[in-house]
Write a protein that binds this ligand. Sequence first.
Ligand SMILES: [Fe+2]
Length: 241
Amino acid sequence: MNRKQFLKGTVIAGGASLLQTGNVFASATMADVVPDKLVDSRGQFILNPLPYSKTFLEPYMDTETLHLHHDFHHGGAVKGANKDMLMIEKAIADNNLETVDFWTKKLSYHFGSHLLHTIFWTNLSNKKTEPGGQLLKQIETSFGSYERLKGYIAATAKNIDGNGWGVLAYQPYTKGLSVIQCENHEKLQQWGAVPLLVIDVWEHAYYLKYKNKRQDFVDTLFNIINWDNVADRLNGAVKIS
Ligand SMILES: [Fe+2]
């Protein structure tokens, strides 16, 4: 089994809220459902450049925070995930499974961080947008109105115990939207849910500018959420249901 095959079989089963293509999802391709490129052709996790300059989100997200957040926090998760994979492969090859549970948990943590950060960067823009079209209809069906969703996901993100993420996801099993309060990068997820919008409330995301005012940071984010990106992600996700 090569690295790519191993990754395909292990990472997805190891804690990611992703779905594999197959007969069940015959009308969708992986790129429709999961447009984010997390690995290279050899199956190594990679850190993509930001889709914009590091000043792009000023003044809502400052340049230094964006630099540290992307290059070191997200970058560290990518390095961590590659190491975790290596350690798991080695343990299997050596038939020494004493520590494999440790590395499997680590992989879930680092993979979750890599995936969520990758989505997070694309969820942001330097102009204010609002949901429309099918996305707005789906929001109204699931939550009543956009305002209700805003209140719900903001409260969910603000009130996470410790570090974590507020996540708006499409749940193909119910064909509806769900808000998920994810602790760390991997806990409290809903199996099968496809993340559409993710709000990072780890302290590294806001502390330089907003200090201990996580609530202000979350409220401010609504000025730079790229709802067009969220809509594109929903369009891909509904193809699997
Ligand atoms: Fe982060």
